[in-house]
Design a protein around this ligand. Structure first.
Ligand SMILES: Cc1cc2nc3c(=O)[nH]c(=O)nc-3n(C[C@H](O)[C@H](O)[C@H](O)COP(=O)(O)O)c2cc1C
Ligand code: SF4
Ligand code: SF4
Length: 360
């Protein structure tokens, strides 16, 4: 057996990646490998992480925007440099079951970018796999029937078992149809993944709001891996989503009042605010003082000016939105024009919040 011990770190919003990490951990244990499965929420920082010693390191995480979540990329960058440690990467992605047919998600560059960082740090990256779990992106679509969810999960566990069993026999798992499919999509979708990392995730974070069912319990804020929610208001506290939200959907999935919505009508308004061609207006105005500056239109300076507008515009708009939704009738209006209000919430059916959260 090439490995005597293994640490699997997972990042998980709604329990899918946790479930796969646990499954991989169990399979390794049955083969006599000393195994730890740890959330990156509880990940040691600094010194502890520097002392990380294991013969096999696994990273399991969801796909966001056809690539790895930003926090997962940051975590991997914090891992210590090593010489002989082996590693593997597993991304969970959004699988569907339509009738009898299982359709795959697309994890794109998710596993490859993490594998590349590990490789640069000296790990021997033995393999990568993308595994379909039920989609938790229910701000985009309704959730599937329970029996379909279970069928997808059962299939995913088999795939995870097969992957780890091959790996611990000492095989390298790179030349697979799964990885070929992902590398092709990953390369084609790089512009979308970059757009997601630079703009998309900030925009998505600013769509969340609590409807009038919210009782201010603070469970959402206490259990966010990234501290991305603050409770605002002394008398009647309500969650406020900060810029570092990863849109992992955990807060919405585990809110005991089902109070968290990803506002669709609000998204339309926010989108229109965010695409106002601020840089064009600014350059035209500046032309009064610096004649000829409009020649910069269409170049990278205009793009940079657009970014200077984008972030403050969405943050300020969200701040104002939050003031307005304190008015019950306005809150109700945005709630009933939001699909998530009718679609229900997804979380991995057998996962409890305390298994994946930092909060004790
Ligand atoms: C914001 C967001 C973006 C997502 N992007 C993708 C994607 O690009 N491709 C994909 O197959 N699944 C995507 N998904 C689905 C999740 O990756 C998938 O359901 C994953 O198993 C969730 O794992 P978790 O419960 O451990 O967070 C996305 C989900 C969210 C919330
Ligand atoms: S968990 Fe739900 S009910 Fe509790 S504060 Fe958050 S949104 Fe409100
Ligand atoms: S605020 Fe909610 S969706 Fe955003 S990162 Fe935290 S738990 Fe996930």
């Amino acid at each position: 057996m090439p490995y005597k011990d293994m640490i699997v770190y997972f990042l998980s919003g709604t329990g899918n990646s946790f479930r796969i990490a646990t499954c991989i951990g169990k399979a390794a244990k049955t083969k006599g490998i000393k195994t730890k499965v740890l959330s990156i929420d509880k990940a040691p920082s600094g010194k502890e992480l520097k002392d990380l010693k294991t013969s096999l390191l696994g990273l399991v995480f969801p796909t966001h925007g056809f690539t790895a979540p930003w926090h997962m990329i940051k975590f991997t960058c914090r891992l210590p440099r090593v010489k002989k440690t082996s590693a593997f990467c597993t991304a969970t992605r959004a699988g569907l079951k339509i009738g009898k047919v299982f359709t795959p998600g697309i994890s794109g560059t998710a596993t490859f970018i993490i594998a590349l960082i590990l490789f640069i740090k000296g790990y021997r990256v033995r393999g990568a796999v993308s595994i379909d779990m039920p989609s938790n992106w229910y701000s985009l679509h309704p959730i599937q029937q329970e029996k379909n969810l279970r069928a997808i999960i059962t299939r995913a566990k088999l795939k995870a078992d097969e992957f780890i069993n091959k790996l611990i026999k000492g095989k390298n798992i790179w030349l697979t149809l799964n990885n070929l499919y992902e590398i092709i999509w990953g390369l084609l979708l790089i512009p979308i993944s970059l757009g997601y990392l630079i703009f998309g995730r900030f925009f998505l974070a600013k769509l969340f709001f609590a409807n009038t069912n919210c009782n201010g319990c603070g469970i959402c804020a206490d259990n966010c891996s990234f501290g991305a929610i603050t409770m605002r208001g002394k008398q009647d506290p309500r969650p406020f989503w900060k810029y570092n939200c990863e849109s992992c959907m955990r807060c919405a999935a585990f809110c005991p009042k089902n109070a968290i919505e990803a506002g669709h009508s609000w998204a339309v308004i926010l989108y229109h605010i965010s695409v106002i061609p601020f840089s064009v207006y600014l350059l035209s105005w500046l032309d009064n003082f610096i004649p000829g500056i409009t020649r910069l239109q269409g170049g990278w300076i205009e793009e940079a000016l657009s970014l200077l507008y984008f972030y403050p515009a969405i943050f300020i708009s969200y701040y104002i939105f939050n003031l307005f939704i304190k008015i019950p009738i306005v809150n109700r209006l945005f709630t009933i024009t939001t699909f998530t209000h009718f679609w229900g919430r997804y979380r991995e059916p057998d996962t409890r919040l305390k298994q994946i959260s930092l909060h004790k």
